[in-house]
Design a protein around this ligand. Structure first.
Ligand SMILES: [Zn+2]
Length: 618
């Protein structure tokens, strides 16, 4: 079936090429003659050593990247033409007012193609598909003609016994205004961008790794309404583009079901039995597979180590005292993967030192990293990049901003200080802050495994049970660490030693099992009945319920920052605790020789928390 389709595609491609070359031949031939008469070498393919001179600085990887003076070249091996690659464009650095650095601008699937004396960069669409074996797939391909993003004249060709490499000049691609890899259109309109200023735009770095190429280029746009520094009438940005080789064989998909929370992606499928097109949606998830030699064990219910573990490296910039807590937060998920049949599925490691591995870099797509960023942003986030064809997560770097600790301090103080002497100070003990870091680390890692927020989780537990030391120690304060459940503000001083936060809970274990447990010997479509039966087993039990995050709260069972099955009752307990904190606020924030800034800050936090309590409904 596949070969028939391949033949058809070849025929199609052949006919396109023929008509193209006739057309080109007629038009181009005279122009070329005059050009060659004037200057024989201009624009023509040159000997390799003339283009990539002895002065070239070369970086081997997916493509070899050469820098010769101000020029950058890609040397593309023949084997990588026609392979699909994913290009992710982000703003790496930006002036204030433009939002967080690292914001994703664009994701595209690309294909490099050799055509006569040019190399074309084409955009592949995976939005509309039909299975290869169906006749309708030709029609889909015809109406899905891949646009050409850029055309590069071939500069040189390197031939030896094993390889055939093509050299192109990519300098203009990164320094000129190629919209698909630059500042997004919406932002251009917002800031009234008229054009790129080439004199203030340049390539910063271009690095090659075995499966990806990372480029950083600075772009300056003329703007009549810039978000900051309005006197310069321009915006400068450092853009980053990651180009990642997609696997030859896409991973088996797992189809999405609204009853379990997952980050998922959609695709229009024309090949289904239905009489209209249907959007199929499948999970973003890591490729966790059973090793061939372990299949019998796995089938017998024994835990097995996956073929390829999920490994997170800790950024060498992370303060040493916090590393172990971030690692614990990562490995806390092992227990959830055990529900999916795997042991040691996810592990944390220190990044190797320069001596151990000089090639190691967090930019290398083979290494997922928890990056520690010295930035005043009080946040952390866990973005990931996945294969549009299958949902396979290819790369994930968690960004950990230094000031996450400010956020944790303020919440923990205001939500627990009434019952918790550890929280009654401006600087917590390392062990206390470490526990909070572990909690946030686990939450962010949860996102990178495919799990979105489950705001409908905390409602599963009765409010009164959150005052019970035995219950909270066993079950945490919510069935999922992916809720915004924060800390236990319900417990009262007379309740004793209650747990203050959620752990990887029963919902987390269930959803990881649902998304990751291999269903052997079945196709993605055949899996659907098994997946459905797993959901039905838990039907009606609020512990296993998923409640999606809402923009404005309509469904009161999925509120943020709420606790227990009656959020107003929980808020009443929270307010009782705030009343205990108010008279002590001066004492708990005061320090010898300091002013009242901390008092002012924490008073603001307290009012904010009061508003949160008042905003909850039942
Ligand atoms: Zn989150």
């Amino acid at each position: 079936m596949r070969t028939i389709k391949m033949l058809m595609v070849l025929l199609l491609a052949a006919s396109v090429t023929t008509s193209c070359s006739i057309f080109q031949g007629k038009k181009k031939a005279p122009a070329k003659k005059t050009a060659s008469a004037k200057k024989p070498k201009k624009g023509d393919i040159q000997p390799y050593s003339k283009v990539i001179t002895k002065e070239a600085k070369s970086d081997e990887g997916l493509f070899t990247v050469h820098q010769v003076d101000e020029k950058y070249f890609y040397e593309i091996p023949d084997s990588l033409f026609e392979r699909e690659m994913l290009m992710v464009t982000r703003i790496a650095k930006t002036a204030s007012g433009l939002g967080f650095g690292g914001g994703k601008q664009n994701t595209q699937t690309l294909r490099w193609q050799k055509k006569n004396k040019d190399v074309l960069l084409r955009v592949v669409s995976h939005q509309v598909v039909a299975a290869d074996s169906l006749p309708v797939s030709i029609a889909v391909e015809n109406s899905n003609f891949e646009p050409i993003l850029y055309s590069f004249p071939i500069k040189a060709i390197k031939k030896d016994s094993v390889t055939n490499n093509t050299v192109i000049d990519v300098t203009d691609f990164f320094t000129k205004d190629v919209k698909a890899i630059g500042f997004q259109q919406r932002a251009r309109r917002n800031y009234k961008v008229s054009r790129l200023d080439a004199s203030r735009s340049y390539i910063d770095t271009l690095r090659s790794y075995p499966q990806n190429i990372e480029s950083r280029h600075v772009k300056t746009y003329l703007s009549s309404d810039p978000p900051s520094n309005s006197s310069v009438q321009s915006i400068s940005l450092e853009m980053s583009n990651s180009m990642i080789l997609l696997p030859k064989e896409p991973m088996k998909r797992r189809y999405f079901d609204q009853r379990v929370g997952w980050f998922a992606r959609g695709q229009q499928d024309y090949g289904l039995e239905d009489q209209k097109t249907k959007t199929v949606t499948y999970l973003d998830r890591w490729r966790l597979e059973v090793k061939d030699e372990d299949i019998a064990k796995f089938k017998a219910g024994e835990l097995v180590v996956p073929k390829k573990q999920i490994v997170y490296y800790i950024d060498p910039a992370t303060p040493v005292k916090w590393r172990k807590y971030i690692k614990q937060g990562i490995e806390d998920w092992q227990i959830a993967f055990e529900a999916a049949g795997f042991k040691e599925a996810i592990i944390a490691k220190d990044a190797p030192t320069k001596e151990e591995n000089p090639e190691w870099s967090p930019e290398d797509v083979r290494y997922s990293t928890v990056r520690y960023l010295a930035s005043p942003i009080p946040n952390a986030n866990g973005p990931h990049v996945s294969d549009p064809r299958s949902g396979e997560i290819l790369e994930s770097d968690i960004n950990w901003y230094h000031n996450v600790m400010t956020l944790l301090h303020n919440w923990f103080f205001i939500q627990t200080a009434a019952i918790n002497p550890d929280a009654r100070m401006n600087n917590f003990d390392d062990a206390v802050m470490g526990r909070l870091i572990r909690f946030v680390s686990a939450h962010e890692v949860g996102h990178t495994l495919g799990l979105p927020h489950n705001m409908g989780s905390s409602i599963a537990y009765p409010v009164e049970k959150l005052r019970d030391p035995e219950f909270t120690k066993k079950y945490g304060t919510a069935p999922s660490i992916m809720d915004y459940a924060r800390f236990n503000y319900v417990a009262q001083p007379e309740d004793g030693d209650v747990a203050l936060m959620p752990n990887i809970g029963p919902y987390d274990k269930y959803s990881i099992m649902w998304g990751y447990k291999p269903i052997l010997d079945k196709t993605a479509k055949e899996e659907k009945s098994v997946l459905d039966s797993w959901i039905l087993e838990k039907a009606g039990d609020p512990v296993y319920r998923f409640g999606r995050q809402q923009r404005g709260v309509i469904d009161y069972t999925s509120q943020t920052e709420d606790l227990g099955d009656d959020s107003m009752r929980a808020s009443a307990y929270g307010i009782k605790n705030l009343k205990r904190i108010v008279p002590n606020l001066g004492k708990w924030t005061g320090e010898e020789g300091e002013n009242y800034d901390e008092l002012e800050n924490m008073y603001g936090q307290l009012v904010g928390q009061f508003n949160r309590y008042m905003g909850h409904v039942t």
